[in-house]
Design a protein around this ligand. Sequence first.
Ligand SMILES: Nc1nc2c(ncn2[C@@H]2O[C@H](COP(=O)(O)OP(=O)(O)OP(=O)(O)O)[C@@H](O)[C@H]2O)c(=O)[nH]1
Ligand SMILES: [Mg+2]
Length: 284
Amino acid sequence: MATIQWFPGHMAKAKKQVQENLHLVDIVLEIVDARLPLSSRNPILDQIIQQKPRLMILNKADLADPTLNNAWINYFKQHDLPAISIDSQHNHNVQQIEKQAQVILADKIARQQARGIKNKPIRAICIGIPNVGKSTILNRLVKRNIAITGNHPGVTKKQQWLKAGKRLELLDTPGILWPKFEDVLVGKKLALTGAIKDSLFHADDVALYELAFFKQYFPERLQKRYSLTIDDLKLNDPDLLMKLTAGFGLREDYERASERLILDCRKGKLGRYTLDQIDEATHD
Ligand SMILES: Nc1nc2c(ncn2[C@@H]2O[C@H](COP(=O)(O)OP(=O)(O)OP(=O)(O)O)[C@@H](O)[C@H]2O)c(=O)[nH]1
Ligand SMILES: [Mg+2]
């Protein structure tokens, strides 16, 4: 159950594994976390898969802001990337994957039928950074637990072909690619949602980002959850963290208070949220 740490050697290997499997498939299912439709994308996926047909899947839609789920789907569609949002944990919308794949590949299927090839299964590969829910999606599609899942990055180890519907076959791939590490903000977003290992960042950095985000977008949720006053919300982020730490009875243990705040956010105690805003896309 060791967690992947992305050293250059691992990145090269992961890239090679995806490239080796690409020619086997008709379509790539790019899985992202709906809370991070940009930040949970792999930076070089476009370059790796090039012109291969693709379906963007915004998974964990149940945790993300419903309005922004739709906004992001529209955003991707405007950029010629067909996209759907699903909640694989509760099996919501998962069947759309096969349907959408058929739509995207309609021309190819029609050409096959014209040549007398009927009902050939569509072959697909799931690709995404750790912990976005690739294995959970596969388990839903094959309707039994084949792929190992776990709430920490790097669980899937080896690949296998799976019958995943009437006309869909999937590779349970370690088509795991690395997240973007270079950008500090992206790193904090990934850390807050649990996409990267806790030992790779400082909890207080991430909790301060969390407080800033919720103060900006959902101050009333912070207020309610932690019994804060309007004045408390006017505190700067470090002072607010100090205040909360004291309120938790943790004296000056900002580390533990931060971990608690992060956990609350991950567990949905602060409601549904999407960390990536549409206007951030233009700066990418
Ligand atoms: N709320 C919610 N949780 C989900 C959803 N999909 C997956 N999860 C949870 O997210 C965690 C990671 O899921 P996995 O399927 O193991 O993710 P993965 O992409 O295969 O991860 P690696 O194998 O580490 O790359 C698990 O705890 C899942 O239960 C979803 O749609 N909604
Ligand atoms: Mg997995």
